[in-house]
Design a binder for this molecule. Structure first.
Ligand code: HEC
Ligand code: HEC
Ligand code: HEC
Ligand code: HEC
Length: 125
């Protein structure tokens, strides 16, 4: 009798937790500020970086390759240095040097590639 109760209790806790976290996630995502809603390319523009600084062809037609990003951002090592306080470091992991596009998108919301396998709560800008 006692065993059944605690089992049910555990199910209840798991259910409540998923409902609460689910709601919090949904609520949070609908409350992003205007600044955060801008995509990465827009934020580059506000730093004075025009379309042509990322895109070689004009008008832009194709995605910008990782080498294009590294032209300004230096190297993976340099970027990893900037995010050294984030654990684990998204720029220094067993995944090696992923293409920037695995996480960062310029004209749509970025994503967290590590989430394919892990539950890290990274938020790629
Ligand atoms: C012409 C130079 C240049 C190119 C090319 C460039 N960036 Fe940047 N990027 C900057 C500058 C300058 C900043 C603002 C200062 C900083 O955070 O380093 C910045 C900021 C960022 C940030 C932080 C911005 C934020 O809003 O938090 C990310 C992430 C980023 N760049 C990723 C990329 C990726 C991915 C690419 C390739 C698709 C790229 N950058 C191409 C110059 C460049
Ligand atoms: C596995 C996903 C992933 C990949 C791949 C990735 N990033 Fe990031 N990047 C992130 C996350 C997550 C953050 C935010 C980290 C934080 O909040 O500390 C970030 C932050 C940054 C920043 C801002 C650093 C700062 O000043 O705080 C820059 C610049 C950046 N990334 C550039 C790049 C470039 C360029 C590439 C490709 C060479 C790249 N990233 C590849 C996930 C990634
Ligand atoms: C930070 C570098 C960066 C800047 C600045 C930038 N782009 Fe892009 N652009 C990209 C990347 C990376 C892609 C690949 C798709 C993505 O990540 O959203 C892309 C894709 C594109 C595409 C191809 C369509 C597609 O969806 O793949 C077009 C068209 C484009 N950009 C136009 C522009 C224009 C116009 C500007 C200036 C207003 C601009 N881009 C500024 C990085 C940049
Ligand atoms: C294809 C699945 C997969 C992806 C994607 C992935 N990982 Fe892993 N990761 C693993 C496996 C499997 C292990 C080893 C088992 C474990 O400890 O969980 C691991 C272990 C780790 C560890 C434990 C310490 C270590 O280095 O062994 C860290 C930290 C880690 N991953 C970070 C990352 C980061 C950061 C990313 C995104 C850039 C990432 N992982 C993407 C599968 C993945």
């Amino acid at each position: 009798m006692k065993k059944r109760f605690s089992f049910r209790n555990r199910i209840y806790v798991v259910l409540m937790a998923s409902i609460i976290f689910g709601l919090a996630g949904w609520y949070g995502s609908s409350y992003v500020g205007a600044e955060e809603k801008k995509f990465l390319a827009d934020r580059h523009q506000t730093k004075g970086i025009a379309c042509a600084s990322c895109h070689k062809e004009s008008p832009p037609k194709e995605a910008v390759p990782t080498t294009g990003c590294l032209g300004c951002h230096g190297s993976y090592a340099k970027i990893a240095e900037k995010t050294i306080k984030t654990s684990p470091n998204p720029h220094a992991s067993h995944m090696g040097e992923l293409s920037c596009e695995s996480c960062h998108h310029a004209h749509k919301a970025s994503e967290n590639q590590c989430a394919d396998c892990h539950a890290f709560t990274f938020k790629a800008p």
